[in-house]
Design a protein around this ligand. Structure first.
Ligand SMILES: [Fe+2]
Length: 229
């Protein structure tokens, strides 16, 4: 039995923790997938506490570690390689330049590596001045995994956060926050990335921030990105 990792679906776990952003509680989510080959794929790794490390060992050990985006979810990556010597650290485009102190084992792009391709598909979300991220699709559990391109502030978020989301027109949708929206510089390329994501047959959405959408995720993404498509 895992203690801090919550089972979400077939071979899928999440770990949620609080995170305040400009005074608003938006939380952050780590996603863990057990690959058909046995090892774990960890996206947006949280700080590796003894409890989290024990859970990951119980589930088979970490094989790959991917950040949430070029900007976020990379702070603790090296802890995973220290604890799990077989773990490979993967960079989102642009992260390798920002974290020149880290030795990355691979750079993520549009095509999934053959070692995780049986379980995960991926798309590089491009066209944004501030950040690039890789969106993943876990086939087995029909789950879309996002980093910073889609927040989901829903009914379980604190009141202040819900009010902010309403004001920004992003309440109960999976959509990009305003600062991300303003930084879209190549609309055609951004749109192409989102359309590729929408072509996946997902139902659950795990956003980088906010709440997990257990079902009806495709509609939530369509509503959130409607004005940008
Ligand atoms: Fe983020």
């Amino acid at each position: 039995m895992t203690t801090v990792l919550e089972p979400r679906g077939d071979r899928l776990w999440t770990h949620e923790e609080p995170l305040r952003f400009y005074g608003f509680e938006i939380g952050r989510i780590t996603t863990v997938i057990r690959l058909s080959s046995g090892g774990l794929f960890v996206q947006s790794p949280a700080e590796l506490t003894p409890a989290l490390e024990a859970d990951l060992r119980e589930l088979g050990g970490v094989r790959f570690v991917a950040p949430a985006s070029k900007l976020h979810g990379h702070l603790y990556m090296e802890q995973y390689r220290e604890a799990f010597p077989d773990a490979e650290l993967l960079a989102a485009p642009g992260l390798d330049g920002r974290r020149s102190d880290l030795r990355f084992d691979g750079l993520l792009g549009d095509a999934p590596d053959p070692r995780w391709a049986p379980d995960l598909d991926q798309v590089a979300v491009l066209g944004n001045r501030l950040l690039t991220e890789i969106a993943f699709f876990h086939r087995q559990s029909r789950t879309l995994i996002l980093g910073d391109v889609g927040y989901h502030i829903g009914r379980d978020s604190p009141l202040k956060t819900r009010l902010m989301a309403r004001l920004l027109g992003m309440y109960e949708q999976v959509g990009p926050p305003r600062d991300y929206r303003l930084a879209v510089t190549n609309e055609a390329s951004f749109r192409r990335s989102i359309r590729e994501i929408l072509a996946w047959e997902f139902d659950r959405v795990i956003p980088g921030h906010g709440e997990i959408v257990e079902t009806g995720g495709k509609r939530a993404v369509l509503e959130g990105f409607d004005s940008l498509l």
